[in-house]
Design a protein around this ligand. Structure first.
Ligand SMILES: N[C@@H](CCC(=O)N[C@@H](CS)C(=O)NCC(=O)O)C(=O)O
Length: 203
């Protein structure tokens, strides 16, 4: 299996961490999305990473589908609980963490435009989604060690990838330790894991 990814995509990082935590070997193929010969569009009509290319040539996307596929490749140490109630909770955490990433990515893309082309109101709207998402996640986590039912799961991985991305792209406007201390605590615990250390964003 081959994962098409970009090194700083938080969605691709989620997949890389799930594969690592589940001890599933995948070949990593870094791509440049803007390159004319970028292979991603051959496997995902949306042209987005991550894409998992299976051994039979079929492909899976997006990250939420890929992580479910990987989690079910091996029966041990499920990161998505089998129990439906717990599974829905985990997937909601993931949806919110991914949604914060969507808003952070949209902010970054808008800020990359030449100054006169930037839409300040659009940036404000996206930043407000980032901060309300962070606030909700920080409140829901409270003083718990892990996001759902006291067990390390995909919810923690999704939140950790989002925090890494927000720190990386918006670290100058969002102060995790001052504003979202519960999330900072979670991030500190996650950064002790080899899977997180091996997939840090690269400047
Ligand atoms: N919901 C998707 C989001 C994927 C996504 O937006 N990936 C970005 C990179 S961080 C991308 O490929 N952007 C290229 C584009 O939108 O054309 C997932 O979870 O995989």
């Amino acid at each position: 299996m081959k994962l098409l990814y970009t090194v700083n995509s938080p969605y691709a990082r989620k997949v890389r961490i799930v594969a690592s935590e589940k001890h599933i070997e995948i070949t990593l193929e870094e791509v440049v999305l803007a390159a004319p010969d970028c292979p991603v569009k051959n496997y995902n009509p949306l042209g987005k990473v991550p894409v998992l290319v299976l051994t039979d040539g079929d492909s899976l996307y997006d990250s939420r589908v890929i992580v479910e596929y990987l989690d079910n490749r091996t029966p041990l140490a499920h990161l998505i609980p089998q129990d439906l109630g717990a599974k829905i909770k985990v997937r909601r955490w993931e949806a919110l963490a991914d949604g914060v990433c969507d808003a952070a990515v949209a902010t970054m893309l808008e800020q990359r435009k030449a100054a006169p082309m930037q839409d300040a109101a659009f940036i404000d709207r996206q930043l407000s989604k980032v901060s309300s998402g962070l606030q909700a996640l920080n409140n829901d986590l409270g003083k718990n060690k892990w996001c759902v039912n006291g067990t390390f799961s995909l919810a923690d991985i999704a939140v950790g990838c989002m925090l890494g991305y927000v720190n990386f792209r918006l670290g100058t406007v969002i102060n995790l330790s001052a504003e979202y201390p519960n999330l900072e605590h979670l991030q500190t615990a996650l950064l002790k894991r080899q899977s997180f250390k091996d997939s840090l964003p690269v400047a």
